[in-house]
Design a binder for this molecule. Structure first.
Ligand code: IPE
Ligand code: IPE
Ligand code: MG
Length: 254
């Protein structure tokens, strides 16, 4: 039975499904290895981040061509503030440059852009620019690009829990009606189907506080290559690996 792709949305797990090689509806990527890419060339870390931004463009093109509907890119974690002011300033500058120079093109390509995370921590000016990019592209009907910025999966769950607790406190919600779908609707990714596939580059085998709730039933692919080397061929290889996986969601093997 082919996997009814949208059915995994909002935490609703379909019973007895498996993949048939179909394209994942939602691909989420932990873009890791920029620093090592730069170090291996004797370059400063910022050079790796710049090359990583170019890989984002290639990845997006590949995702659109392959018919992926949702692409989430982990660009900055809530823990990445620990990197020190120089690297944070470099990354913030790169983000500003990317938003200023790429949004018009993405808009022409019908890409809808959303930012998930504590974006206010990047300062009100940049935050306003991000909000404008979201507004400009809000009605686009092509690929939806989620950029995870100052994102932390645990914090996502905490903020959703607080919102639900407040509704209970106001007397608007019976705690017995809280369920998985309600939690999903209060996450920063509300309305976005759960990722079918989570990819991490750079040979690290961990989730680093990415989409903890949302990736409950995602397939994981870990690549040894570094993010700045990611291209359309890599994307096709990853989809090929995904296509060979059997997703069971707890049901008996086919
Ligand atoms: C990923 O590359 C980019 C961010 C986390 C912002 P890294 O900067 O983590 O690169 P490595 O892991 O040090 O090689
Ligand atoms: C994860 O990479 C975050 C992003 C890719 C944005 P890190 O390089 O920050 O992860 P750790 O510290 O190695 O787990
Ligand atoms: Mg890293």
């Amino acid at each position: 039975m082919p996997l009814p792709l949208g059915a995994v949305a909002q935490g609703a797990v379909p019973a007895g499904t498996s993949t048939d090689g179909s394209v994942p509806q939602h691909v989420a990527i932990i873009m890791d290895g920029n620093g090592r890419w730069a170090a291996s060339r004797g370059l400063p870390r910022i050079a790796g981040h710049r090359a990583g931004a170019e890989a984002v463009t290639r990845c997006l093109r590949a995702a659109r061509r392959q018919g992926v509907e949702y692409l989430t890119l982990y660009a900055f974690s809530s823990e990445n503030w620990r990197r020190g002011p120089d690297e944070v300033a470099d990354l913030t500058g790169l983000l500003r440059f990317y938003v200023r120079h790429k949004v018009a093109e993405l808009h022409r390509e019908q890409v809808r852009i959303l930012f998930v995370g504590e974006v206010h921590r990047f300062g009100s000016d940049l935050c306003d620019e991000l909000a404008r990019a979201e507004q400009l592209t809000a009605h686009n009907t092509g690929l939806t690009l989620l950029l995870a910025l100052s994102y932390g999966g645990r914090n996502d769950i905490v903020q959703a829990t607080k919102a639900i607790a407040r509704a209970v406190q106001r007397g608007e919600l019976d705690p017995d009606t809280i369920d998985e779908n309600m939690m999903s609707r209060h996450l920063l990714t509300a309305g976005i189907p759960d990722p079918d596939l989570v990819v991490r580059t750079s040979g690290e085998h961990r989730i680093s506080n990415f989409l903890l709730w949302q990736s409950a039933y995602a397939e994981f692919v870990f690549l040894d290559s570094l993010w700045p080397d990611f291209d359309e061929t890599t994307f096709a290889q990853v989809l090929e690996i995904y296509g060979r996986r059997e997703r069971r969601f707890g049901a008996r093997p086919a």
